[in-house]
Design a protein around this ligand. Sequence first.
Ligand code: DSN
Length: 478
Amino acid sequence: MSRNAESTAFRSALEVIRAVEPRVADAIGAELTDQRESLKLIASENYASPATLLAMGNWFSDKYAEGTVGRRFYAGCQNVDTVEALAAEHARELFGAAHAYVQPHSGIDANLVAFWAVLADRVESPALKKAQVRQVNDLTEADWFALRRELGNQRMLGMSLDAGGHLTHGFRPNISGKMFDQRSYGTDPATGLIDYDRVAEAAREFKPLILVGGYSAYPRKVNFRILREIADSVGATFMVDMAHFAGLVAGKVFTGDFDPVPHAHIVTTTTHKSLRGPRGGMVLCQPELADQVDRGCPMVLGGPLPHVMAAKAVALAEARRPDFADYAQRIVDNARALAEGLLSRGATLVTGGTDNHLVLIDVSGYGLTGRQAEQALLDSGIVTNRNSVPQDPNGAWYTSGIRVGTPALTTRGLGTAEMDQTAELIHTVLTQTTAGANADGTPSKAKYTLDAGLADKIARQATDLLATYPLYPGIDLS
Ligand code: DSN
């Protein structure tokens, strides 16, 4: 691929946009500059390839395609069928999955599709069976009442939010917490690790319909074989949300007990995190759930996004190339180097380290809340996000943690030596930041002081660190 082609493509696109609304063209250009200049350590972000980005910006966006490949509610979907079938085929081959559904617009959507599929498959309700075979009009008011009561009384067991679980795994601020009676399993307070015996005990007591594995802020591998055994022991369906680590599964860094696909009945993911595709979601499942999963649209989802499915096909094709495995291994090597760099400088890390793509720093050791640390790092050109730590005394808004992840910087080409330098920058900012006070003298969880000169110096050092690894080297918008 000639670099010139990439520059021409994006320059031309911006010229066309600029003729209609120049402020949008300016914002798109400014976003590239900002991303090029900042040290992006948000564990859930990445940089999709130019081919993936370009596959999204076209007339596929104009097409309605409710239904599935070859069975649409709209005419004229032959080209959508092509890209959807390609994306699903790449996903099945890449992950060794029996079935792939590539329509979900996001991770939340993918999880809702999965929840519905499990409910429809598992809830023993005559009313539900009638509804499923399109006898909806035969249902009486009493049927509907019974149906809603049965669906609304199902149980889910997932990882607790402050141990690193995700909001969509049954927590009250999310619709999943309103749909399900939820209970959580946490981590061992001494080690920060999942205690599988306690998960088994919780499953025996609670008897969930769905056992959920997966996380967004747990820095370790999860043994999915053991979780499947626990699910089987109580008759639960085992679902894994691998949104964060899908790239590590695709790149064969997580194999055997740590690859969820052979163990789970149903696996959900986003496509834009470590997997490095377009913003979107996906469901993989065992054959017995495929029919229900394929009802995702219009049961749960709005019309599919064909332009995004085209980009998923491109990104999944990229993930099947041999160099993707090298990228995936480098993500983990980099996270380990970052963790070691932080630990050697005195930082406290949840679980004492990492074996995936992320590191969770407990910033209370620096006398800061997560919110103060996040903002001080941002002032210094380092983009992270605050995150709860287990049993966090500061709650989910202020938090006591900073989550950092390596997929984006790994895509850019930074290696373990640069991770050590990154650890030095983070540690310097955190040691030089002091917590502030409210007007009445009480400690503030948001205010902080950091010398502006030091923040600028760190930001320059971050930019210098990135200079050798230009982002999108083939794209010159000047
Ligand atoms: N927002 C994603 C993350 O940052 O982990 C999960 O939804």
